[in-house]
Design a binder for this molecule. Sequence first.
Ligand code: AMP
Length: 179
Amino acid sequence: MSAEKKMTLKGLRSLIRDVPDFPKPGILFKDITTLLKNASALRFTVGKFASKFTGSQIDQVVAIESRGFIFGSALAIKLKSGFVPVRKKGKLPAKSESVSYTLEYGQDSLEVHVDAIQKGTRVVIVDDLLATGGTAEAVVKLIEKLGGEVVGLAFLVELSFLKGRERLKGYPIHSLITF
Ligand code: AMP
């Protein structure tokens, strides 16, 4: 029998690896692969996310390509909800709704299938990391365009100095770790 150490938020935090100057100079990349490969950390993360929404009657977990997918499907199973992928432009095969958002340089688009969300569908949005909030804000717009109701947003990591929260005012935000 293996004696598994009890995971804590402090423990999770220590499992995130800083990679300086990735993908470009000046960015301190928060690498979560070092957390994901730890079985108890992975299970603890998904359990923590689920605990934030227990009893909230979530219809769909909407996850953002691509690291959001890692948690999204596992969270959906825990919440007994469905899973809806939000993908980069041109990846989804059927009729999609799209939203453009501003990146540091230029613009990009995110898309979701129009039949994935109906009027009143109760949604949790999940991604690995909240930075400036531009991506999450775009996904909120996308869901609301289709009539969905954003019950809350969940992130493993929040970079609070980038003030992403300010772009998501009025929506409950659950971040497990803040830097
Ligand atoms: P933002 O739209 O600025 O909130 O950026 C959020 C998205 O960019 C998330 O999907 C993250 O995966 C990614 N991201 C932004 N900054 C970082 C960072 N320092 N380390 C890792 N991922 C990041």
